[in-house]
Design a protein around this ligand. Structure first.
Ligand code: SF4
Length: 247
């Protein structure tokens, strides 16, 4: 995508959502680390449900250790992989106390040294808790970056590095959220809602999805149109990529 188009692309997303925020609920950097770690392969809604009561009383590594692994499990048992996640949260709390004075470090390497915290989680924490210009590439950002031609790449790291390169400084603070929200609610994996997309004319995706009404009319008049089959094929490709990223 040409630089002037990139500016237009982000400007429109910004216009739509001037001050985007993470949908994960947290009360301080530590609870953000916990929430993001719990959100791996789970929805933000399911994590928020589980942490709503937890974070009312447990908001520091010390309190987490006092709660204990079984106590934590009783709050998060509705979240996938909760056994492993509970172990990781406990081990991370111990490291935070022993090595960082109980404080979440503003440092990528130190964050990635915490069990259950990978590059993506570290990027979210650096961006959301500390305001750094990092872009965490999750399944939504990976899909949007590739489909639109904004920052194509074969894996999340390639996409992240490309996004860092092409995203103008004035958009870096919120790029992460704009792209996630766009992918989650408009440029969806199965069927992107191109007909109501604010960046439709800037996007390189060839087989844009027509409005639902037009689709029904097309199918009735001419049978299944080619572009729909292609859009479905593209969605299947996106699902395969998502499955690989989860592994
Ligand atoms: S036009 Fe369609 S494919 Fe392109 S960004 Fe918008 S929703 Fe996604």
């Amino acid at each position: 995508m040409k630089p002037e188009k990139v500016v237009d692309f982000y400007s429109r997303l910004r216009e739509h959502e001037p001050a985007p925020k993470t949908e994960l609920q947290f009360v301080n950097p530590y609870t953000l680390v916990v929430a993001v770690a719990l959100s791996a392969q789970a929805t933000d809604v399911s994590v928020n449900k589980a942490t709503k009561d937890l974070f009312k009383t447990v908001d520091t590594p010390e309190k987490m250790l006092a709660l204990g692994e079984d106590g934590l499990k009783s709050y998060i048992k509705t979240i996938g992989l909760f056994n492993t996640k509970a172990k990781n949260v406990m081990a991370a709390a111990r490291i935070l106390i022993d090595q960082h004075g109980g404080v979440v470090p503003r440092d990528r390497e130190a964050l990635e040294g915490l069990p259950g915290v990978g590059r993506k989680t570290a990027n979210v924490v650096l961006n959301v808790a500390f305001g750094e210009y990092t872009i965490a590439v999750d399944t939504h950002i990976f899909r949007v970056s590739n489909r639109t031609g904004l920052a194509p790449g074969k894996n999340p790291l390639q996409v992240e590095l490309k996004l860092e390169k092409v995203t103008p400084p004035q958009f870096k603070q919120h790029a992460h959220h704009w792209l996630i929200l766009h992918g989650r609610y408009v440029c969806k994996a199965r069927t992107p809602e191109c007909w109501r997309c604010v960046v439709n004319d800037l996007c390189a995706f060839k087989d844009k999805t027509p409005p639902p009404g037009a689709l029904a009319k097309d199918v009735k008049a001419k049978g299944r149109p080619k572009r729909v089959s292609k859009a479905v094929g593209a969605a299947k490709g996106a699902r395969r990529t998502k499955a690989k990223m989860k592994r």
